[in-house]
Design a protein around this ligand. Sequence first.
Ligand code: DP6
Length: 398
Amino acid sequence: MDALIDETSSGLGRVVTCVAPVNIAVVKYWGKTNEDLIIPLNDSISLTLSTEHLRARTTIKTIPQSNDITFELNGVTEKLTKRLSRAIQLCREEAVRQNTATQEVVSAGLTIISDNNFPTAAGLASSAAGFACLVCALQHLYGIQGDVSAIVRQGSGSACRSVFGGFVRWAKGHREDGNDSIARQLFPASHWPELRVLIVVVSDHKKETSSTKGMQTTVETSDLLKFRTEVVVPKRCEDMERAIEKRDFPSFAELTMRDSNQFHATCLDTYPPIFYLNSTSQEILMLCHDYNQKKGAATVAYSFDAGANAFLFTLNKSVPEICGLLQARFGVTDFKGDPVSDFCLHEEHGSSISGSKTKDVVKYVIVTKVESYSRCSNSLKVLLVSPLLKYSWTSLGR
Ligand code: DP6
């Protein structure tokens, strides 16, 4: 569906609101060949999560007769970073190149207001959703046509995967200008509807080492990263694509856990080392292995980004038992997101954990799934508010 823009406003004094999803990589991006253009050392594969429970939202208003750009995040006025300015600049250039907006429109001032409904910079991919959202809103403001993932990428690398719903692969590309370093959808969410994601929020503190800084030091100092990007990841991406294609959960789970572990191993191989996992993360990780062993097959998988929170993957039928396990082990009572009926924990799986309950280290769990849009592979939603106060939810791109 096309976005509704009120043409009576002549492009000035417009307001665009956009919502964008978070994505979680199951084959991780860590390291760049070009810091300015944000070109990654390796391909990565991710799942885009439902905006029902996790989303960034950005409203952009144009201010005619002004050049000022202001930016507010979660109610606090923030500095306009180099990356933010660059994303705005790239969108303006693209609009002029495509002749979709006049010079008057692209040079008008902007008020940008963003918020996330989840902790910012705590390893929940807030920058990914945030940049995807910003560029989506600018795309609509300026009427830019076509794929914007290469512009989004230059805001924050992993953000380019949030442009699409379902299962997404970001190709590193081969060109020096980065123009072929773009994301594409591998499969829509409907390809594997049983898949569920449980986000175990361990910490909502801001992480100590940003991804940008962390991966820079890893590139400079880690020997393991070279082996990972040149030898391990190319094959793992192919294996992961095949596992998703065949909906082969045990293979998907093993590849996901191995990749998360190797990413954190490269962090440890960085000099000085970087630790994103804490003791609770490690406890969750081993709980998954214990549980899988008792089940006799990989039933749950974990993945950790640059933070202590765990992303658990499982199939719909196992959600009540996994929630029961988290409740028994960590005393979690706050389950947000999709409702889970009848938590249960079979005696045989609960026996080994009942004596080792660790309380108050898990804040809450969000039960969610892969973003599904039947009509459109593009995962960005636009809520456009025209000067005449028309409201409409639309999807981009089709
Ligand atoms: C661990 O995309 O945040 O989440 O490109 O410098 O902005 P920049 O880094 P960013 O890195 C994300 C790293 C990761 C893995 C992943 O999402 O693939």
